[in-house]
Design a protein around this ligand. Structure first.
Ligand code: ATP
Ligand code: MG
Ligand code: FE
Length: 362
């Protein structure tokens, strides 16, 4: 089975071809990601109008490249999948409409994939993880702990009560004058930093529900940065934070996030075992999964609780077309295709019903 996947929900224009063999094992034949980072960098975040225009400019070329690298034509495909949401609706509209055009002309089934479901199922492409598993989904827009019991079958155990983790990385980067996107930059700076210099809070630690809170932590980073800055001014030193200060702030923030995630995951593992039995793995998904410190801390949590930790490679954690193609293939195998008049969705929560019902309105 060959599936084309198209991803345009945020600031990556991406397309990929995934092949699935008779045993259900996926193989990535091509995975083209064209990031718009340069276009958005001057604004310190994603500008929806710029994103939509950039997707229009490049989506056909990205798809053409993905097909060429996979050495196939549209007639070889078994289905065309595109992210149908959630995300910036201008971008979703472009990817989904392009997928519809290809599906219509080539006479192939269309699958409108939930972008979050694609993140959620990626570990089944990379590591053949079996259901049920505990998923820690952490991206630019979402932070959730979910029980994944099947395709389209998700039970939310916990979520953030304010900012998403990726968003917190981006905001901390911004307040430290680091470039967008913040996650990779904070991780890079943290490498030279002392994670113990600043005692940042571990929000909600020990609470019985595995929820997250990031805004207090972000404020604590701002306050410490301002305090250090004031000390430097009083001491008559150069204006601005030193590289060492920035590195220590990044390292201390990153460690606070990792500790918080580990604590919340321990609670979720207990809840999962009570409600769903033994998970086959603790799976990480979404862009924040690219963070190696987080991975290290979660590995210790998994070891201590007797679970296998699965973190897809960084370029499959951040947005890509292969995850859309794979989720499309999983749905196609169950006969879950969508009509050509399906609408893009700005919001599309990943709970049980919403994920399986493919059609929706803006
Ligand atoms: P969503 O999936 O919720 O719609 P999104 O698609 O924008 O949001 P992703 O592309 O999955 O999110 O992830 C991007 C986020 O991941 C950004 O906030 C970015 O800062 C963060 N991120 C990427 N790499 C790292 C890293 N190494 N460490 C921490 N955060 C990271
Ligand atoms: Mg992105
Ligand atoms: Fe994403």
């Amino acid at each position: 089975m060959l599936v084309l996947g198209i991803e345009t929900t945020c600031d990556e224009t991406a397309a990929a071809v995934v092949r699935v063999d008779a045993a259900g094992k996926g193989e990535i034949l091509s995975n083209v990601v064209r990031s718009q980072i340069a276009e958005h960098a001057p604004y310190g975040g994603v500008v929806p109008e710029i994103a939509a225009r950039a997707h229009v400019d490049i989506v056909d070329l990205v798809i053409e490249q993905a097909l060429r690298q996979a050495d196939i034509g549209v007639n070889d495909l078994d289905a065309v999948a595109a992210a149908g949401g959630p995300g910036l609706v201008g971008g979703v509209l472009i990817g989904l409409t392009t997928a519809k055009a290809i599906a219509l002309i080539a006479g192939k089934p269309l699958i409108a994939v939930n972008h979050l479901e694609a993140h959620a199922l990626t570990a089944r492409l990379t590591d053949q993880v079996a259901f049920p598993y505990l998923l820690f989904l952490a991206s630019g827009g979402h932070t959730q702990l979910l029980a994944v019991t099947g395709v389209g079958s998700y039970t939310k155990l916990g979520t953030t009560i304010d900012d998403a983790i990726g968003e917190a990385f981006d905001k901390v980067a911004k307040l430290l004058d680091l470039p967008y996107p913040g996650g990779p930059e904070v991780e890079q700076r943290a490498k030279d930093g002392d994670a113990k210099r600043f005692a940042f809070p571990r929000p909600l630690a020990g609470r019985p529900d595995p929820d997250f809170s990031l805004s207090g932590l972000k404020t604590a980073v701002r306050q410490e940065a301002e305090r250090v800055l004031a000390e430097r001014v009083l001491a008559g030193r150069e204006a601005g934070l030193s590289d060492k200060d920035v590195a220590d702030l990044c390292a201390s923030f990153q460690m606070a996030v990792a500790d918080m995630v580990a604590d919340r995951c321990r609670v979720a593992i207990k809840l999962f075992r009570i409600r769903f039995g033994e998970p086959s793995a603790l799976v990480v998904a979404g862009g924040v999964g690219a963070n190696q410190t987080l991975k290290r801390v979660l590995q210790a949590t998994a070891d201590a609780t007797g679970l296998r930790l699965v973190v897809p490679p960084p370029k499959l954690c951040t947005d890509n077309g292969a995850m859309i193609a794979w989720a499309g293939a999983e749905r196609l195998a169950l006969g879950l295709t969508d009509p050509l008049d399906i609408a893009p969705r700005a919001r599309w929560p990943l709970d049980a019903e919403a994920a399986t019902v493919g059609s929706g309105r803006l």
